[in-house]
Design a protein around this ligand. Structure first.
Ligand code: SF4
Length: 315
């Protein structure tokens, strides 16, 4: 039996075969950089506004889809794909542009669209359109919401520009329309504790989001976080503590929630700290081995599993 619910298994079950994501980078920005919410962005965020593994945004959506597909398909033997709008805030765009982003994905071998964004930057108009688009085309739409932490003090320290309530509101509005939600969390923010990880697991479980992506914090040059790190203003927890925190988080998480990833990754250049100098997969393997050795499974401590015993005692 699997120790946690893997995204790759979910995709095979859902679509009948392996499915890979095709990242698409748009020439856009985010409200936390453009002055709408803030100017400096989140303290950890580099110039790329997220992933590094993308093509240039000067290429059209179609060019990026085709180029990525031509690279991935023969290499991994994959024939179905999800278009992944990954960098910056992909709902911080005019509505016509947003609709066009969706229409550009209408190709035979595309089975889904993932849209990465902030929870305070998704309108009802966009959600209604996504619901309509999903129903019309049969493509599976997933909103990838950056929450990062449930600790309001930490959200303030990383200059996130939103709180936990905005996340709750966005998830509820998306779920009302039956749209899939993936939540991004950084489990080793320097000011967070194990209690924050447990609370995050409980909150995400109670809101019934379908997927979680766990990230390990990496520190980039030319960021506020990078300067704080070099001045010694905070310390990272150890790799062992991180692994234990991930395991604890998974134990408190609803066993039905799919795990998109267990930790983040960053390229060597421009990175001051990432995954304690280890490869991401060696940390993943270590977490999985520890869970197997100790007979631990996702959801062991999920409050959703526990009977509400006190109700029996009410006369
Ligand atoms: S992490 Fe996202 S929300 Fe924060 S500054 Fe970067 S692009 Fe904007």
């Amino acid at each position: 039996m699997e120790t946690y619910r893997k995204y790759s298994d979910y995709l095979i079950k859902r679509f009948g075969e392996k499915v890979y994501k095709l990242p698409v980078k748009l020439p856009i920005t985010c409200p936390n950089r453009s002055g709408v919410i803030g100017n400096g962005g989140c303290t950890f965020c580099g110039d790329e506004g997220g992933s590094f593994e993308n093509l240039e945004p000067s290429k059209s959506i179609q060019e990026q889809i085709i180029e990525n597909k031509n690279y991935i398909s023969p290499r991994y033997g994959v024939n179905k794909f999800i278009v992944y709008y990954q960098n910056f805030t992909n709902t911080f765009v005019p509505f016509e542009f947003f609709k066009n982003m969706l229409k550009e994905t209408l190709k035979e071998d595309i089975v889904g669209v993932n849209i990465s964004t902030r929870p305070d930057c998704v309108t009802d108009e966009q959600l209604d359109y996504l619901l309509w688009f999903q129903q019309e085309t049969g493509l599976e739409i997933t909103l990838e919401l950056g929450l990062q932490t449930v600790n309001p003090q930490s959200l303030k320290k990383i200059c996130r520009g939103h709180g936990v309530a905005e996340y709750v509101d966005c998830v509820l509005r998306a779920r009302r329309r039956n749209l899939r939600v993936s939540t991004h969390l950084i489990l080793n923010l320097p000011w967070d504790t194990d209690e924050d990880a447990v609370e995050a697991a409980k909150l995400i479980s109670s809101l019934k989001t379908q997927e979680v992506k766990i990230h390990s914090l990496y520190v980039l040059k030319n960021t506020v976080l990078g300067e704080q790190f070099q001045r010694g203003e905070f310390e990272m927890i150890s790799e062992d503590e991180f692994e234990e925190r991930v395991i604890l988080f998974l134990q408190y998480l609803d066993p039905k929630i799919v795990i998109g990833r267990l930790l983040g990754r960053a390229p060597k250049e421009n990175t001051i700290f990432c995954n304690w100098g280890r490869s991401w997969w060696s940390i993943r393997d270590s977490i999985e081995e520890k869970m197997k050795d100790r007979n631990i499974q996702q959801g062991d401590f999920s409050f959703l599993r526990k009977p509400i015993v006190f109700l029996d005692k009410v006369k």
